[in-house]
Design a protein around this ligand. Sequence first.
Ligand SMILES: Nc1nc(=O)c2c([nH]1)NC[C@@H]1CN(c3ccc(C(=O)N[C@@H](CCC(=O)O)C(=O)O)cc3)C=[N+]21
Length: 286
Amino acid sequence: MSATVISGKELAKEKRESMKKEVELLKKEGIQPGLAVILVGEDPASQSYVKAKQKACEETGIYSVLHKLDDSITEIQLLDAIESLNNDPLIHGILVQLPLPSHISEKAVIESISPAKDVDGFHPISVGKMMIGDETFLPCTPFGIVEMIKSQGIAIEGKHVVVIGRSNIVGKPVGQLLLNENATVTYCHSRTKDMKSITKQADILVVAVGKANFIDASFIKEGSVVIDVGVNRLDTGKLCGDVVYDEAKEIASFITPVPGGVGPMTITMLLFNTIQSAKKLVVSVK
Ligand SMILES: Nc1nc(=O)c2c([nH]1)NC[C@@H]1CN(c3ccc(C(=O)N[C@@H](CCC(=O)O)C(=O)O)cc3)C=[N+]21
């Protein structure tokens, strides 16, 4: 039997429609959610992601500003730009597009963003709160993945989740969020021995490696849920995930496609976090 395809694109569309209504109501209260995106340099992939984020803001009624900075900028200049956005009352969310040029410390930059405007959820304060289950901005890709799983009525509690990848922006936090939902979580990574024997036990397999065709059908348990976080641009220009989709689709019960899967949900949760941030301000003004 062929798996049910979880369309991130469709779910994103639904969520963005209801967020648009929420933004209209907020505007009536005199507040328009505002997102600032900082892009350093000319990387074509980063440029296209940033464009997609801006378009999504526009469609939802969120105010967005793009700060395009030359890649010769110094770290101090970038930190100054962030500081002025931290103090800008029209801005509720700040996103610095990663990766940054190698002469700039990503750690210093992330830590300079006010935790109150950290809509990416990358600041150590946000990460710590997520870890202990306190309310905070959740990182957009992991948050989007949890929403996709829940949208299908799939129970997470008690399930064996296997995450392949341990990056700070996807692998580690997606495991933590699913643990918070009472899953049993195992992490696999480049030093894992006999990865297949572990992934074969996964009820929910999250693949965040960044290598095209890394996971074929032989790694997947019959009837499992396969979440493909990979965004790999092939030489042909085609975008593909980390999973051999056509094979996996015949074994899994649910699968996310690339494109049209996790990517559009990442942007949607960024909009969600920006609206949440603006709402906190409304409450504090009242
Ligand atoms: N501070 C920061 N926050 C991020 O959230 C962040 C980042 N830096 N750096 C880069 C990654 C990557 N990322 C994606 C978002 C959407 C799609 C997306 O919507 N992809 C479409 C296809 C897009 C295309 O065709 O190129 C899809 O999968 O259907 C992909 C990748 C956010 N990132």
